[in-house]
Write a protein that binds this ligand. Structure first.
Ligand code: MTE
Ligand code: MO
Length: 414
């Protein structure tokens, strides 16, 4: 299959005039970034401000470019005013720069491995017609979302708050596909490979695995639709894994091979990356065959929230002011969002929006009436159905994963 990178000439460049405002923008330090780039959180390292640009990949809306090869583009915060993230504004993340343009007509997904008694292949129409479709809304969030805000600094793509999106996914249950492959008794993990590959052979191919229990979860699907449309190329066309509740590292795009394994997958992406120190985070879901004494694979998304309104840090006195945002977690569901106006001393419940399912963003809002002139130190804190909440400051870890500190907005009412 011919492999094509992204054609530079296809890229549309957007000028500074299209820059959107963001919370924090007017806060200390932001001014230096505001001149000719997209809105960035002022807590991001200095270099990000001068390099990041709003730029559109083919078929996508302008997103904040963090790197071009491989493509790493995050959604501007204004995108999250909608609870469902439009396909064109959905973030893009790749580890490898050689990204195939997959032709659906010739695409094949091979199911095999030493743990499969009856290996077979699936084509695009076969996947859509011969497996019972399931549909749900789920957050796809990069493990490293907000890494750029980590303190101390963590190496890796310096994401702001937009390495995530919430979509309605439709696909075939992985467990139905695996049933046809005749899983043997000793299967421990299911591994996934995609059509993209390394440009230089020394980079290890991106292959990931899930524990058997998560692979057999009826909500783990091979998705071929996103918000009622075929997947955009950059989000995994023609089919990707959706492992709802778990961070997006497991959501393999452009799936080409699914392998039943009786031994733990031993590669850089499992043993060297996407691991968190044991007992640091209150994760409830385990990936036992990949655990080590000091660290463990990242699993479910930690409870989190984001303020999406207002997007400026200055508002006029006399106007009614409503704080709005979203909250989400690893699939237990959001039970409450509390708002503080005094930096976290006192809290009041926000009003939750419609429930789109336990894996989805949950909208919320809080009316402040007509606040008098002065400064407000707004903090939003979400709690999930099992009582987990957000820490006031992020839990530091070497790779800067699971940044889920409370959302803050320093507002001046003038
Ligand atoms: N084939 C392939 N799938 C992949 C990756 C990749 O590099 N290649 N990256 C993973 C990671 S780390 C993330 S965060 C998500 C990003 O999904 P998106 O680009 O659709 O937003 O894809 C996952 N699936
Ligand atoms: Mo990721």
């Amino acid at each position: 299959m011919p492999r094509t990178g992204i054609d530079r000439r296809e890229m549309l460049r957007f000028s500074a005039g299209t820059a959107l405002s963001a919370p924090f923008l007017a806060a200390a330090g932001a001014a230096a970034f505001a001149s000719d780039g997209p809105p960035l959180d002022p807590r991001l390292p200095a270099g990000v401000g001068t390099e990041a640009k709003l730029e559109a990949l083919p078929g996508k809306a302008p997103l904040i470019k963090l790197s071009y090869r491989p493509p790493n583009y995050e959604s501007p915060v204004s995108v999250f005013k909608d609870t469902i993230t439009p396909n064109e504004s959905f973030f893009v993340r790749y580890h490898l720069a050689d990204i195939s343009n997959v032709n659906a007509a010739t695409w094949r997904l091979a199911i095999g491995g030493e743990g499969a008694a009856t290996p077979f292949e699936i084509g695009y129409d076969d996947l859509k017609k011969n497996y019972e479709p399931v549909e749900f809304v789920a957050v796809c969030q990069c493990s490293g979302n907000r890494r750029g805000l980590a303190n101390p600094h963590a190496a890796g793509v310096q994401w702001g708050v937009g390495a995530m999106g919430n979509a309605r996914w439709k696909g075939a249950r992985l467990k139905d596909i695996l049933a046809k492959a005749g899983l043997k008794e000793d299967v421990l993990e299911i591994a996934f490979d995609g059509a993209d590959g390394p440009v230089v052979d020394k980079t290890p191919d991106f292959v990931k695995s899930l524990p058997l229990w998560k692979a057999l979860d009826p909500d783990t699907i091979v998705a071929y639709e996103m918000n009622g449309e075929p997947l955009p190329h950059f989000n995994g066309f023609p089919a990707r894994l959706v492992a709802p509740g778990w961070t997006a590292t497991y959501w393999m795009k452009h799936l080409t091979r699914i392998e039943a394994r009786s031994k733990p997958l031993d590669n850089f992406w499992m043993k060297g990356a996407y691991r968190v120190p044991v007992r640091l985070f209150p994760s409830t879901q385990r990936f036992i065959s990949q655990e080590a004494p000091a660290n463990t694979p990242i699993t479910e998304i930690m409870v989190n929230s984001l303020i999406t309104s207002p997007l400026s840090t200055e508002v006029k006195s006399g106007d009614t002011l409503t704080i709005g945002g979203i909250a989400w977690d690893g699939g237990f569901g959001i039970s409450s969002v509390e708002i503080s106006q005094d930096g976290g001393k006192t809290w009041t419940d926000a009003e939750l929006g419609p429930d789109l399912g336990r894996y989805s963003f949950r909208a919320w809002q809080f009316s402040l009436g007509r606040p008098p002139k002065g400064k407000l130190d707004i903090v939003a804190k979400a709690t999930n159905a099992i009582g987990q909440s957000q820490p006031m400051t992020a839990l530091s870890n070497p790779a800067g994963y699971h940044h889920n500190a409370v959302a803050r907005l320093a507002l001046t009412v003038g």
